[in-house]
Design a protein around this ligand. Structure first.
Ligand code: BGC
Length: 446
C-alpha cells in the first residue's frame, strides 16, 4: 500500500533533524569556545581516518542556502541543536553575542520560510571549559546546564516554542563516559553512573526551567532506543536480553516518569544510588509534553560470561548475516513499531514523536545525481511501521528523518552518509538524493 502523509492526520509533524557539531563547522569562528568534541577530534586515532568536524557542512556560513533548499523540499519542521560553547564560550558566564546572533538569524529565516524550529538544547558538545571542571561527572553540571537553558529560552523563546532538552543520554553517557569512544573519552563504571545520574537530573531540571519561563512551550527530550530480542529462548539469553533492554531503553525514561532507576536486573546499576542526594528521586521526575524516540535498528542479545557487569553481548548483524546499513546495523523496519508499542505501554507516558530515524548507505554521485534506493525503502518501510503503530492506537505525533545533510558521524567521521542531501565535503556542493526527492514529493501539499 502506498502511504500518504494524510494517512497520519493533519496535525502530524513532519521534519528533519540535525546537530550543531555534525554540520556547523566554524569551530573557532566569531567567539565560539571549544567543546569537548573540538578537543576530542584532535587526539590521534579516535575518529575514522582522524576526521574532524572543524568545517563539516560549513552550515554556519551556508545556512541561508540550506534553509532555502529545505523549503524547496517542502520540509516544514526543522530540529537542530544549539552549540552551547558557541553562545557561552566557557559554558557559564559571559555570552557570545555573535553566537546568539547566528541562531537568531537561523530561527528568523526558518520562520520566514514557513519552517518551524525545534531546538535540541544538548546534542553532546559540552563546553570544554566545563569538562575541565569535571563535566557531566561533576554534579554542578545541573546548574551550569540550567543557566544555559534559561539563556536559550530568554533569547530564542519569543519565537521558538518546541524544545528537546537532551539528545540520547544513553549514548553520550555510555560512549563518552564508559567506553571512551566519544568525547570526552572517559571510561569506567563510576564515570558512567555519575554522568547518567547528572544527565537525568539535568533533563528534568531543564524541562522545569523552560516551562517556568514559557508556559506555552512544548517540551520534550529524546531517547535512543532499539527493539531488543534474545538470541534464543534459553533462560540465559532471555535474562541477558532483559539486561540489555534496561540499558538501551529503560534507564532514562523510567526515572523521568517517576518510576526510579531500573536497578533490579543489573546489580552494578544499584551503585548509581551513591550519587543520589535527598530529594533527587522526586527531582528526576518531570512531565514532558512529548517523548522523542530515536530508532535505527534492533539488537539481538545473547549471554556472555566475558562481558563485565552485564554478561550480555550483541550478536551483530554481520554474525547473523542479515541485511545491514553502512553502520553495520541490521535493517529491521519492525523495530520502530515495537519500540512505539513498548514506550506507549508505560502508564502516564506523554505523546511520542520519532525524532530520528534514517540510514547510512554508501552513496555514489553518477552524472550529478545520487540514487539511493536502499535509503528510500528503509524510510518507506519505517513509515509503514509507524503508521501501523498509530493505527493500533499509539499516540505518535511526528516523524523527523535523520538527517538533512550528510555530515560528521562522530567516531565514524564522514564515512557513513545519512543525508537526504549529498554533501561533497571538498566543494560543499549539495545534491538532493532520490530519497530526498521522494520525501519532498511525499510532503508536498496537494
Ligand atoms: C544521534 C545522531 C547520530 C545518529 C546516527 C543518533 O545516535 O543522535 O547524532 O548521527 O544517531 O548514528
Amino acid at each position: 500500500m502506498q502511504l500518504t502523509k494524510e494517512a497520519f492526520g493533519n496535525d502530524f509533524v513532519w521534519g528533519v533533524s540535525t546537530a550543531a557539531y555534525q554540520i556547523e563547522g566554524a569551530h573557532q569562528h566569531e567567539g565560539k569556545g571549544s567543546s569537548i568534541w573540538d578537543v576530542f577530534v584532535q587526539k590521534k586515532n579516535k575518529i575514522f581516518q582522524n576526521h574532524k568536524g572543524d568545517i563539516a557542512c560549513d552550515f554556519y556560513n551556508r545556512y541561508v542556502e540550506d534553509l532555502h533548499l529545505m523549503h524547496r523540499m517542502h520540509i516544514k519542521n526543522y530540529r537542530f541543536s544549539i552549540g552551547w560553547s558557541r553562545i557561552i564560550p566557557d559554558g557559564t558566564g559571559e555570552i557570545n553575542k555573535k553566537g546568539i546572533d547566528f541562531y537568531n538569524r537561523l530561527i528568523d529565516l526558518s520562520l520566514e520560510l514557513g519552517i518551524t524550529p525545534w531546538i535540541t538544547l544538548y546534542h553532546w558538545d559540552l563546553p570544554y571549559a566545563l569538562e575541565l571542571r569535571g563535566g557531566w561527572v561533576n554534579r554542578e553540571v545541573k546548574d551550569w546546564f540550567g543557566d544555559y537553558v534559561g539563556i536559550c529560552v530568554k533569547h530564542f523563546g519569543d519565537r521558538v516554542k518546541n524544545w528537546m532538552v537532551l539528545n540520547e543520554p544513553t549514548v553520550f553517557s555510555a560512549a563518552g563516559y564508559f567506553f571512551g569512544v566519544h568525547a570526552p573519552g572517559k571510561t569506567g563504571l563510576e564515570n558512567f553512573l555519575a554522568t547518567a545520574h547528572h544527565a537525568s537530573l539535568a533533563q528534568a531540571y531543564g524541562g522545569k526551567i523552560i516551562k517556568s519561563l514559557q508556559q506555552d512551550s512544548r517540551v520534550g527530550t529524546t531517547f535512543s532506543c532499539s527493539y531488543v530480542e534474545p538470541f534464543s529462548a534459553r533462560d540465559k539469553d532471555v535474562r541477558a536480553a532483559k539486561k540489555a533492554d534496561v540499558l538501551l531503553n529503560r534507564l532514562f525514561i523510567e526515572p523521568l516518569l517517576g518510576l526510579g532507576y531500573p536497578t533490579t536486573e543489573i546489580k552494578a546499576l544499584k551503585r548509581i544510588e551513591r550519587y543520589m542526594q535527598q530529594h533527587d528521586e522526586a527531582d528526576l521526575r518531570f512531565d514532558m509534553d512529548f517523548i522523542g524516540l530515536q530508532n535505527y535498528t534492533r539488537e539481538v542479545i545473547r549471554y556472555s560470561m566475558f562481558v563485565p557487569y552485564l554478561q550480555a553481548k550483541i550478536v551483530t548483524a554481520k554474525e547473523r548475516k542479515v541485511p545491514m546499513t553502512a553502520m553495520n546495523w541490521e535493517v529491521y523496519p519492525e523495530s520502530i513499531y515495537h519500540i512505539l508499542k513498548k514506550f506507549s505501554a508505560y502508564k502516564n507516558i506523554p505523546p511520542l514523536m520519532i525524532t530520528e530515524n534514517g540510514a547510512a548507505f554508501p552513496d555514489q554521485v553518477l552524472g550529478g545525481e545520487v540514487h539511493d534506493p536502499q535509503r528510500l525503502s528503509y524510510l518507506q518501510d519505517a513509515l509503514q511501521q509507524v503508521h501501523r503503530a498509530k493505527q493500533e492506537g499509539v499516540q505518535v505525533d511526528g516523524y523527523f528523518v535523520w538527517t538533512f545533510l550528510d555530515n560528521f558521524e562522530w567516531a565514524e567521521g564522514y564515512y557513513p552518509r545519512f543525508g537526504l542531501v549529498h554533501v561533497d565535503f571538498q566543494s560543499q556542493e549539495r545534491i538532493v538524493k532520490s530519497s530526498g526527492h521522494w520525501y519532498a514529493d511525499f510532503l508536498q501539499d496537494e
